[in-house]
Design a protein around this ligand. Structure first.
Ligand SMILES: Nc1ccn([C@@H]2O[C@H](COP(=O)(O)OP(=O)(O)OP(=O)(O)O)[C@@H](O)[C@H]2O)c(=O)n1
Ligand SMILES: C[C@](O)(CO)[C@H](O)COP(=O)(O)O
Length: 423
């Protein structure tokens, strides 16, 4: 425990009160308590969400790093599920300053209480309780919460509610609009004087009172809770789409910070044959002929797939999906593009934009352009404003001009982390 030095005994002010001279006054010792013992049922997936990776790094590792690197946080303790020891050790490998983990309970509340009990044995004076699945808490937010601890025993990071709130019945019929003035969405970290919140937690456990957050326990115990402004980006990753969004955001941020830009091009052509309906850019366009090919012959997605593979110098569509292989007969081409995008992601990269030019006399592309952009964006996991689709005729020249087929040219721009192998 760090201590303040004893007052100078020659100081006349101190000589008035000898008891003040000998004591060592403990300085606040701040710990972060990260709860990671949940099962992540709502997020689904093969492993609990805190062990899933965002841009190549486990969510828990990212969250722990926020506190381990903060100058005003002395210790970091993680509470885990007893079944997750191997997952935990893999996730935090090398984060050596972490205190030995503690195992949690059936509820978040119980997990927090067990963590608090462990910290109380280590001379901690103040604790920041934080969800493992909030990996975006900024250093400034952590500072705000710690600053507020000098005036309050209980501090809550929270953001004013900005949406209009509706109360509805089980059938989804709105009953009324709830005034949002004075309403805040609670986040973590939530910070406390350790002895105060531990005592409140013990009382709540004895009384079998359930709470979804620790500020709620403080309120119940009659402890005034001070709000400090939270951060809208400090999202709790709860649903699959939260994790997807966070992954995209981090990939983009990290590849922009360290990495290089790559560009790839792709070209493909397919001829018309008897049939109806043309698959183009991942959607089916009504037409009195269809494109001939081994798969669904989506010439646009094939060109895009080659462009993405080209940007990472990873062969071409035929290398990965040989036309000689019967399993690709009639295959939907969205899987080819999704595969190429996954190859980029596996290397820690991100798609910056995709651009496509379709050369066709018929069918008319214009009316379908936005649907095509939306579908390509969906397959590539990027926003539609990062997908360009253009179309032109070939002015009646050549095989496209004679209406014998459709050609497509694509460009992909990606960001890729720089590696020694690429030097
Ligand atoms: N018994 C529990 C339940 C939750 N948590 C932790 O509390 C945080 C916030 O909880 P939540 O998002 O509800 O996580 P889960 O309980 O894992 O999710 P779900 O309710 O979907 O199962 C998470 O970091 C989670 O690991 C915990 O430590 N112990
Ligand atoms: C603590 C918390 O993150 C505050 O928003 C939240 O209440 C915990 O998650 P849950 O989904 O309510 O269990």
């Amino acid at each position: 425990m760090r201590t303040k030095s004893c007052r100078d005994p020659t100081d006349p002010e101190n000589s008035q009160d000898p008891s003040r001279m000998s004591e060592n006054v403990p300085l606040p010792r701040v710990a972060a308590l990260i709860v990671a013992a949940g099962r992540g049922i709502r997020a689904g997936g093969e492993v609990p969400k805190q062990y899933r990776k965002l841009a190549g790094q486990a969510i828990l590792r990212r969250t722990a790093a926020r506190f381990l690197s903060h100058a005003r946080v002395d210790d970091v303790l993680v509470v885990i599920h007893a079944d997750d020891v191997a997952l935990y050790q893999a996730a935090v490998a090398g984060q050596d300053r972490l205190l030995p983990f503690v195992t949690g309970g059936a509820t978040r509340q119980e997990s927090v209480r067990r963590g608090l009990e462990a910290l109380a044995e280590r001379g901690i004076t103040h604790v920041l309780i934080h969800d493992a699945v909030r990996p975006f808490a900024s250093p400034a937010l952590i500072d705000r919460v710690i600053d507020a601890l000098s005036e309050a025993d209980a501090v809550l990071a929270a953001s004013p509610v900005t949406d209009t709130l509706k109360r509805a019945d089980a059938a989804g019929i709105v009953g009324d609009t709830v005034p949002r003035e004075d309403l805040y969405a609670a986040e973590t970290p939530q910070a406390f004087r350790l002895a105060t919140i531990l005592e409140a937690h013990r009382r709540a456990a004895d009384a079998r009172e359930p709470f979804t957050d620790d500020a709620g326990i403080a309120e119940w115990a009659g402890i005034p809770v001070q709000i400090v402004l939270g951060e809208r980006s400090n999202i709790k990753l709860t649903l699959p789409e939260d994790i997807e969004m966070a992954d995209t955001r981090l990939r983009m941020e990290e590849s922009l910070r360290v990495g290089e830009t790559r560009v790839g091009t792709g070209y493909d052509v397919h001829s018309f044959t008897e049939g109806s309906g043309v698959w183009l850019g991942g959607i089916e366009i009504p037409h009195d002929r269809k494109l001939s090919g081994h798969s669904d012959a989506d010439v646009a997605l094939h060109a895009l797939t080659d462009a993405v593979l080209g940007a990472i110098a990873d062969g071409d569509i035929g290398d990965h999906f040989p036309p000689s292989d019967p399993q690709w007969r009639g295959a939907s081409s969205d899987r080819f593009l999704a595969f190429a995008v996954e190859r980029v992601r596996a290397r820690g990269g991100a798609i910056v934009n995709l651009d496509l030019a379709i050369i066709a006399e018929e069918p008319r592309i214009g009316p379908h352009r936005d649907a095509m952009r939306a579908r390509i964006a969906e397959i590539a996991g990027i926003g539609p404003n990062r997908v360009g689709v253009k179309a032109t005729t070939n002015e009646k020249m050549g095989f496209v001009g004679r209406g014998e087929g459709i050609a497509a040219i694509a460009t992909a721009t990606i960001r890729l982390p720089f590696t020694e192998e690429d030097a």
